[in-house]
Write a protein that binds this ligand. Structure first.
Ligand SMILES: *Cc1c(COP(=O)(O)O)cnc(C)c1O
Length: 413
């Protein structure tokens, strides 16, 4: 017996996070299950951006770097992100993109231990992470950087006495499967290597405890669960104990110890600032800053509890109402090892997702056959889960997805 829509509505009434939904622009009738790809617009952002454009850029002009504190935004926004990923002060900056931040960290980590030259990662990692490591390998040569790939259960056994760094995405983008950050970090340290955690599908999705896990490095995204807007600045974390030894190669002036001394030679700043490069996109930074404000009011344990309940409910409803029509759960069944998303595989995954989007349920498709649904607890209601599966079952039972238009592939899936 699965729950009724009335039961789902009762869960919403008892939900301590229910009030956050009203802080987002979300059209009535739309069920948005893709906040793990692009978070929706917080209502306070447009006004904040307007004043930044009109008053700070338009009126205060160059004086805004001091007067409106543009210059230290990477650090200030970094501290706001730090608060929800278990990082103490002075270890996180918001800047650049995830891919670029990975490049800085991979290069810095390799340099910290010249006796070792391998980077171990997971075959199923998000491709940009692997591409960045491949690019670094091409740049410095195989003897200085060698990317080694292993299956998701074999990462630790691939770590050897030549491994400088293990680069792991905590939550797999396809399956939502989570790695145990604490246990893996400890095991990697026991083998004499460092670890960089990619938190793209973790930050803002559930509590993360970087300091508590004794992590070395981390990167993550501003436009997914943090709702910072399309192309929002990303973030990076470098543990205090490494900051003196870690030097990154994108040695731009904002990472210099005295950017406005305009010296000829590069001298890295003391502290996390050395991981900055150049001038940041200030308007995007301001949007992310505004979006981050609500997180100080979010209880991350409540967030996790609701996320587990939403994803459990979705699995239960799909398996009951869409049984025996080709859906295969592609995420862990145990909510404890699952991030805030659920994936199902289906051979007609692509047209099914197009039909769902046409029915105002937005998820996404990941090749070859994955339908991916993100359940972001700040604005997803239990009734949304119920209605999404209701529309899905209508599409499936009446084969509404089986049309030439829905099979037509777009550039972005
Ligand atoms: C979304 C995502 C990225 C995105 O990288 P960008 O440089 O911001 O485009 C990188 N890694 C993982 C694991 C992701 O999920």
């Amino acid at each position: 017996m699965t729950i009724t829509r009335q039961d789902a509505a009762a869960l919403d009434r008892a939900d301590p996070l229910a009030g956050f939904r009203d802080e987002f622009e979300l059209e009535e009738g739309l069920i948005y299950l893709d906040g793990n790809s692009l978070g929706p617009l917080p209502k306070s952002v447009p006004e904040r951006l307007q004043s930044a454009i009109r008053d700070e850029w338009g009126r205060d002009l160059i004086t805004s770097w001091n007067k409106n504190s543009w210059f230290d935004m990477p650090k200030r926004v970094g501290e706001m992100i730090a608060a929800i990923i278990g990082a103490g002060e002075g270890q996180v900056v918001a800047a650049d993109g995830t891919s670029i931040n990975l490049f800085k960290i991979l290069a810095a980590a390799l340099k910290m231990n010249p006796a070792r030259h391998r980077i171990v990662s997971e075959t199923g990692n998000f491709p940009t992470d692997l591409y960045i490591a491949q690019g670094l390998q091409d740049l410095v040569g195989n003897s200085a950087c060698e990317l080694v790939l292993a299956g998701e259960e074999d990462i630790l056994s691939a770590v050897d006495d030549q491994t400088a760094l293990v680069m792991i995405t905590q939550t797999n983008f396809r399956s939502g499967r989570m790695h145990d950050m604490k246990a893996m970090t400890r095991a990697i340290h026991d083998k004499g290597a460092l670890v960089c955690w990619d938190l793209c599908h973790s930050a803002g999705a559930f509590p993360v405890d970087l300091d508590g896990c004794n992590a070395d490095f981390a990167v993550g995204c501003g436009y997914k669960y943090l709702n910072g807007g399309p192309g929002a600045p990303a973030f990076l974390y470098v543990a205090k104990r490494h900051q003196e030894k870690a030097v990154q190669p994108l040695s731009g002036w904002h990472g210099h110890s005295a950017p406005f001394a305009f010296e000829t030679g590069y001298k890295p700043a003391v502290g996390i600032e050395r991981f900055l490069c150049g001038t940041q996109p200030v308007l995007s930074m301001i949007a992310l800053h505004e979006a981050m404000k609500m997180w100080s009011r979010v209880d991350m344990n409540q967030l996790r509890k609701k996320s587990m309940a939403l994803t459990d409910l979705f699995i239960d409803l799909v398996e009951n109402r869409c049984a025996d029509i080709g859906f295969e759960l592609a995420s862990p069944r145990d909510a404890n090892t699952r991030g805030s998303q659920v994936s199902f595989s289906h051979e007609d995954g692509y047209p099914i997702m197009q039909a769902l989007i046409a029915a105002n349920v937005i998820g996404d498709f990941r090749a070859p056959d994955i339908l991916r649904f993100g359940f972001t607890p700040l604005y997803t209601r239990y009734v949304d889960v119920w209605d999404a599966v209701d529309r899905l079952s209508d599409i499936m039972l009446n084969k509404k997805y089986d049309t030439p238009e829905f099979r037509q592939k777009s550039a972005v899936t």
